[in-house]
Design a protein around this ligand. Sequence first.
Ligand code: NAP
Ligand code: MG
Length: 402
Amino acid sequence: MEKIKMVTPLVEMDGDEMTRILWKIIKDELLIPYIDLKTEYYDLGLEKRNETDDQITIDSANATIKYGVAVKCATITPNAARVEEYNLKEMWKSPNGTIRAILDGTVFRAPIVVKGIEPCVSKWKKPITIARHAYGDVYKNTEMKIPGAGKAELVFTAEDGTVTRETIHDFKSAGIIQGIHNIDKSIDSFARSCFNYALDTKQDLWFATKDTISKKYDHNFKDIFQEIFDKEYKEKFDAAGITYFYTLIDDAVARVMKSEGGFIWACKNYDGDVFSDMISSAFGSLAMMTSVLVSPSGVYEYEAAHGTVQRHYYKHLKGEETSTNSVATIFAWTGALRKRGELDNIPELMDFADKLEKATIDTIESGRMTKDLALITSLENVTVLNSENFIKEIRKTLETMI
Ligand code: NAP
Ligand code: MG
């Protein structure tokens, strides 16, 4: 068989530890034999980030803006222990944070649904995608402990010196206060990313906040979404046969539980943090989630939702066998290849991405899987495979489709 040709390179961001090991096996077994793989390679492994003073991360994000599509391996976000372990010059920032700040995007996470790994909520038949706003609110807060009686105020001093004040509370005794903020421009980008992603994937979009209680803050989110939708997206949604609807966050939670899935749930930063963990655990595991960062300008970065699986890597280094699930990393590649195929009009590439995803799912549904899934599956007579053999079994399934 002739290999599938690519036109524009994918931005390839390599990573760390066990996922770096999987990355190479996936390329060797599932991609290079079938595709004339064209990538612009950036090594975001911690050693290289340290060597380049993290410039490599910035370069990879800029390359993503240039080419439009990236695929990223999980990377270590250094903490004190990592600074020592890797003898780092500095505690480099989270690569995901750096890339997100440059691309100004929203992260969309959706479970990969397979038979035999049933969601805890039995009504859910289709994946629920969480779109999490990645800026501000409680993640950029200023807090204060109030030692005793006194007045706490919200004060805004405009550039021209005009002062606006609101009383937060007249304290009679000790307490606490917190200041949070967001920026219209960031909410605007968040809304556009959500609308574009809904059109892209032809799914309804839900958005919810607590605007009945937070009449200015949360209401601002609601208004920005509605204004952009009415002006720029309503007709496109009608044409695509999908809907946008806004409701209260508590109502949304109740409806999600009773739904069949198959929609996008846009969440403010904190809600997205909490509900994405709820959705992923209710659907099975982090290793069975896709994750893509979509910028308002239409740039895409595909990754796995989990980390570098450090504990497995140390076993691997000791020469012990590992059974690490590569599904999320495989789907990062298929997502990126399909998008590249779509943008460059290469139907064979899109078709290959579909087939590789199907081969992955079929392999699991036939009872061949990694240990994490074997522990939660309802299938019987399961074969537990090691990291490498699982990928090789997927290749066998793929061979029967091509
Ligand atoms: P993790 O890598 O997600 O792993 C936590 C545990 O979850 C693992 O020990 C394993 O459980 C299970 N697990 C996760 N992915 C799995 C997979 N593909 N197959 C099988 N089991 C899987 O999180 P972590 O150990 O807390 O973090 C390790 C490093 O990853 C950290 O340095 C962190 O900074 C980084 N991180 C990166 C990203 C990213 O780049 N997107 C995201 C999160 C964390 P068992 O050990 O019980 O088998
Ligand atoms: Mg969380």
